[in-house]
Design a protein around this ligand. Sequence first.
Ligand SMILES: [Fe+2]
Length: 280
Amino acid sequence: MDATRDFDGVAANTYTGPPTLTDTQVLEVCREGYLMLPGIVSEDVNARTLAYMAEATSHEPSAIILEDWFREGVLLAPEVAGAVRSLLGAGFGLPVLMSSHRADRPLEAQGWHHDADSVFGQELNYLQVFYYPQDTPDEMGPTEVLPRSHIAETRRDIDWTGGVSTASPPGTVFITMYPILHRRAKATGTGVRHLLKYNYWRTTSPRRDWVIEPDFDLRGANYGGHHQAWWIARMFYWLCGDAERFSTVGGQGWPYSGSQQNQIGPSYGFPGPPRPDQQG
Ligand SMILES: [Fe+2]
């Protein structure tokens, strides 16, 4: 499929190009709540971004979205555009607001939080994406994310453990389910950490038109553990354009799959594959 673009005004700031994620990868993002794309932005674009940010005084320098080099090199870098296209469908909307999380180190860790205005649910209509233009090792206080925490609102005062660092080489982009719990980790070094954050938007109904794996096992796939599997399976079926055929039986029924290896037969409750007219 050829890429088509329309930057004719903000209202038409959408993009359609080829999807790059497979069934397995789409399900992994649904389940874990984030996807790392390490070092995919070029050295040149990272340098231009850092030069731009050195002059930017606003905490929301949205005009950078209008720079061709930034749109092509970051927002629509092939790995990013392909992943966002897989998750949000054809004609996804590009960001209209840029947040700059400049951090002057050293700093204590932030508290774990869901960003404001998180809408929890199994319909995936928006994504929150982060970009590190510079090398961001642990001493620079990279964001930590808590995998599988995008399902439901969680009290902020819990002292969570088990977070995953997004420490990364320069030019890393990571895609998250907006409601995922996250925080800035403790920074022990000196200097400035730059982090840009922005959202993409769905503009079309969901359908299974990413890279379909012919032998993808919808019945046996890993939808997560207790209290997660039914939620994540329904999100995956919603993305396949077939949420209405999904029903949760509960108990040991599909989609809970943690004990499949000890079962004497397949789980009850599998609704079958998504409708063929919603695929491809
Ligand atoms: Fe945040």
